[in-house]
Design a protein around this ligand. Structure first.
Ligand SMILES: Nc1ncnc2c1ncn2[C@@H]1O[C@H](COP(=O)(O)OP(=O)(O)OP(=O)(O)O)[C@@H](O)[C@H]1O
Ligand SMILES: [Mg+2]
Length: 455
């Protein structure tokens, strides 16, 4: 449904236009003054029928302000008979069309339909153009490790089923936002909006009205009806980030929407139907939330049907070098630097690191290194924060000095892991802490060096 704003100070004219356009299937908003018109337009309209003579401003000036507010909104000027100069002036100021009083309602109805079709095409074209230049194709998800190949395979399938709800889980910085965008921009919904909201960022009542919209008078501040994200994203995708923080009452409302595709605006009694794909994400353990009854199990089961689990970076050692190279190239291009890659030592250092901040942390470290480096190859020293992080967790790394004749790094590593295990009496978690590693990383090394049997 398209929203048409009828602006005229004569109530009777507003009424007859509104009646007719409502019968045509449009949603109508009305305003009797320039100030009210701008306020209405601010809440989102697709088309404005604008009377030239308003009590508080002249039509041309309102026209200009409307177009500043939203360059996509089309305006049909309403003028009295024989105001040719006005019509010319209005068209020059960007009016799409005009209709003269007294109105032939069939004629107005036709002009409105034509204008709305133009708006739709313009918007579609713009989003399409933007999505083409946007780097959110499947190829923008970097990673060839086995778990990432699985993820990419699933993303491809999900993109071709544009109706299904998706749940993306994974630690902070693992790429949940990125994957949500790729799902949208490689689906048939790509030309329609991708809107996102972070469920933890707003208190319950605000989140509810942001998501579902509200009717005029629904609460003290609701002076106008407002369309929520779900309506604004019709035919598109809504990304609900940090879904684990949603309150139970909203969870129930969301579940109803997912099952029936309809919802009610806050304070409304009519069901609104939209076609929106919901992609939800969380870095929490939803299963725990369900067990603790913080998250509805029925909603959990509904969301969990299609689940994309993004693995932490520390378990995909093979992707570390690939991601580093990808970020080096993109930042070198952006900052016009000649950096081309990692030295072997730097690569070893990056692979050994635990990446608590996952890909986001990697991106930040590489950005800084590329910006500051003077050479073509990044050395361990270029990753300063990596070192401080290490020193922080392992104590005095500076105590190790490379002997003149060099060492066999593998042997040193093996010896350190063995010592750590001994000191921790075989407790892997404690041994890992001694080395500034995560448990998965020490497990990997225990296996690699065949130390498992001894402890
Ligand atoms: N596989 C990947 N390939 C390329 N870039 C990636 C990949 N994964 C993540 N990134 C980049 O890393 C950064 C962090 O990713 P993103 O914001 O998607 O993480 P997130 O899982 O949503 O984190 P949070 O839980 O903190 O919101 C972004 O700049 C993103 O583009
Ligand atoms: Mg995110």
């Amino acid at each position: 449904m398209r929203r048409v704003l009828v602006v005229d100070d004569e109530e009777l004219i507003r009424w007859s236009l509104a009646e007719r356009l409502r019968a045509d299937g449009h949603e109508i908003a009305e305003a009797g003054t320039a100030a009210a018109a701008l306020e209405q337009a601010d809440t989102g309209v697709d088309l404005v029928l604008l009377d030239y003579k308003l009590p508080d401003d002249d039509g041309i000036s309102v026209l200009k302000k409307l177009r500043e507010l939203d360059p996509d909104v089309l305006v049909i000027m309403l003028t009295a008979h024989k105001q040719v100069e006005l019509v010319v002036e209005a068209m020059k100021a960007g009016a799409f069309d005009y209709a003269t009083k007294p109105f032939d309602l069939d004629d107005v109805s036709l002009r409105v339909t034509r204008a709305l079709e133009t708006t739709r095409l313009r918007r579609e074209l713009r989003t399409l153009r933007e999505s083409l230049s946007r780097p959110y194709s499947l190829g923008s998800i970097i990673g060839e490790s086995e778990p990432m190949q699985r993820v990419k395979g699933l993303v491809r399938k999900v993109a071709t089923s544009p109706g299904s709800t998706v749940l993306i889980t994974g630690e902070s910085g693992t790429g949940k936002d990125l994957v949500a965008k790729v799902i949208h921009y490689s689906s048939s919904r790509a030309a329609r909006p991708f809107l996102n909201i972070t469920c933890s960022a707003l208190p319950e009542t605000l989140l509810e009205s942001e998501l579902f919209g509200h009717e005029r008078g629904a609460f003290t501040d609701a002076r106008q009806q407002k369309r929520g994200l779900l309506e604004q994203a019709d035919d598109g995708t809504v990304f609900l980030d940090e879904i684990g923080e949603m309150t139970p009452a909203l969870q129930a409302k969301l579940l109803r929407f997912l099952e029936e595709k309809t919802f009610r605006r806050v304070g409304g009694s009519a069901d609104v139907r939209v076609d929106v794909r919901v992609v939800a994400a969380t870095n929490r353990n939803l299963e725990d939330h369900v067990r603790q009854q913080k998250f509805r199990d029925d909603l959990y089961y509904r969301l969990n049907v299609l689940r994309l689990e993004l693995p932490p970076l520390r378990v995909r050692e093979n992707d570390v070098a690939l991601l580093a190279q990808y970020f080096i190239e993109s930042f070198a291009k952006e900052f016009k630097r000649s950096v081309q890659g990692l030295s072997h030592a730097a690569e070893v250092g990056l692979k050994a690191y635990g990446w608590p901040g996952n890909v986001r942390e990697m991106r930040n470290l590489v950005e800084r290194a590329v910006l500051l480096s003077e050479s073509e190859t990044l050395e361990p020293a270029d990753f300063e924060s990596l070192h401080t992080a290490h020193i922080h967790t392992t104590g005095t790394t500076s105590g190790f000095e490379l002997p003149a004749e060099g060492v066999n790094l593998e042997d040193v590593e093996r010896s350190l892991v063995t010592q750590a295990l001994e000191r921790a009496s075989g407790n892997q978690t404690r041994a890992a802490t001694l080395l500034g590693l995560h448990r998965d990383q020490i497990r990997y090394r225990i296996e690699k060096f065949g130390l498992g049997k001894k402890v």
